[in-house]
Write a protein that binds this ligand. Structure first.
Ligand code: NI
Length: 387
């Protein structure tokens, strides 16, 4: 067992890497500089099994333990930045206006590199560790693509683990829960088709604006009246596009929105009932609808065995008092969910201190968290693959 002091020796070097990545953000799958930086560092640690170009710019590197045969566990970090104009005013701010590491994936990448350096030097475990560096977490399904391109089978990964920094949680603390930890993400488009005309003669039209307003209110009752109050469902209508004039009733109104839930069955429920409610309301007024529902990230579901292992690993590092093992799930989503659909494991939150929130222009990953994140990965490996 190591305390976090073991990893403070890596902090200044890993901070340099983190700030370099922060200055040079890249988006979605176009991570050519970032991937080269990661691959070069991995090679410099003496790791010789490195596969690049998975899901375009993803990387998997394998470190074999010195303790003989055993399973392979996967540790995943995301590498992509966001299309945000940075306003952190840090000396290491983004050099590219309109792109920034606003979710801390620079920190995630740097921490997994720090763990890679330590593990490649010490190899105090049996079996192997697969280091997974993933592109396109932010809405472009890089995690799903890496799974589809066969990394779990090809590298023999039996369990997989992820970590995300959490602004508002103290440095040195961890948060996790068994079961759903982040929500599924779906969205929908809904066109209300009426009959337009002069705004002064509404009786000659089928006014889709009024009907769309009724539909929006009707959808709220799907949550308040048709869903078990102990099961989380969010339905938010976020777009309402109608005529661009004061005196025109349009032919149609375009609505769009998002659905978040922790219960997989509620995705089916939402798709079916949004359609039925909207159709019923529209037809009652002589209008009709067009409806498209799209499923994106599934629920990020922590498996019990993986969760217990993650709790044990974090507790070995910082003590059980600094590990909250019953956090409330978050309604954001995470494409690591696809890896947890493919293999058992767990996702954990790492305290980022009192920084701005994720995706905010003044957010910055907190370098004080680096030794804790590195220590967690090492502790997880040495706990899961103890000799
Ligand atoms: Ni993120």
């Amino acid at each position: 067992m190591h305390s976090v002091e073991t990893f403070r020796g890596l902090q200044s070097e890993v901070t340099t890497w983190r700030r370099y990545l922060h200055e040079n953000p890249e988006l979605d799958y176009r991570l050519h500089n970032t991937a080269k930086f990661v691959a070069d560092k991995l090679a410099s640690f003496g790791i010789n099994h490195i596969e690049i170009g998975i899901a375009e710019t993803g990387i998997v590197a394998l470190i074999e333990g010195a303790g003989g045969q055993g399973p392979t566990i996967g540790l995943r970090a995301d590498m992509d930045a966001l299309p945000i104009l940075e306003a952190s005013n840090k000396p290491w701010s983004s050099k590219t206006p309109g792109k920034m590491h606003g979710c801390g994936h620079d920190g995630h990448t740097a921490m997994l590199l720090g763990a890679a350096k330590y593990l490649a030097n010490t190899r105090n475990f049996k079996g192997s560790v697969a280091l997974i560096f993933q592109p396109a977490e932010e809405g472009a399904l890089g995690g799903q693509r890496m799974v589809q391109e066969g990394i779990m089978d090809r590298f023999g990964i039996s369990q997989v683990f992820g970590m995300h920094n959490a602004p508002g949680m103290e440095i040195g603390k961890f948060g996790i829960c068994d079961g759903p930890i982040m929500a599924a993400l779906d969205d929908f488009d809904l066109v209300v088709k009426g009959r337009g005309g002069h705004a002064a003669k509404p009786h000659d039209t089928i006014d889709p604006v009024v009907i769309a307003a009724q539909i929006i209110m009707g959808l709220q009752t799907l949550v308040s009246r048709n869903t078990n109050p102990l099961e989380a469902l969010v339905i938010s209508v976020t777009k309402f596009n109608a005529a661009q004039a004061y005196n025109i009733i349009p032919d149609q109104v375009e609505l769009a929105g998002t659905v978040r839930t922790l219960v997989p069955d509620l995705r089916d429920f939402a798709e079916r009932h949004i359609l039925a409610a909207a159709q019923g309301i529209a037809r009652g007024f002589g209008a009709d609808i067009e409806f498209k529902y799209r499923r994106h990230d599934p629920v990020t579901f922590n498996h019990t065995g993986g969760t217990n292992l993650a709790i044990e690993a974090a507790s070995n590092l910082v003590g059980p008092a600094c590990v909250d093992d019953k956090i409330t799930p978050r309604m954001g989503s995470e494409d690591f969910a696809y890896m947890l659909e493919s293999r058992p494991g767990a996702f954990i939150f790492l305290g980022n201190g009192a920084t701005a929130g994720l995706h905010h222009p003044t957010y910055d990953f907190n370098d004080e968290a680096l030794p804790y994140g590195i220590g967690y990965w090492v502790s997880l490996v040495e706990t899961a693959l103890a000799r």
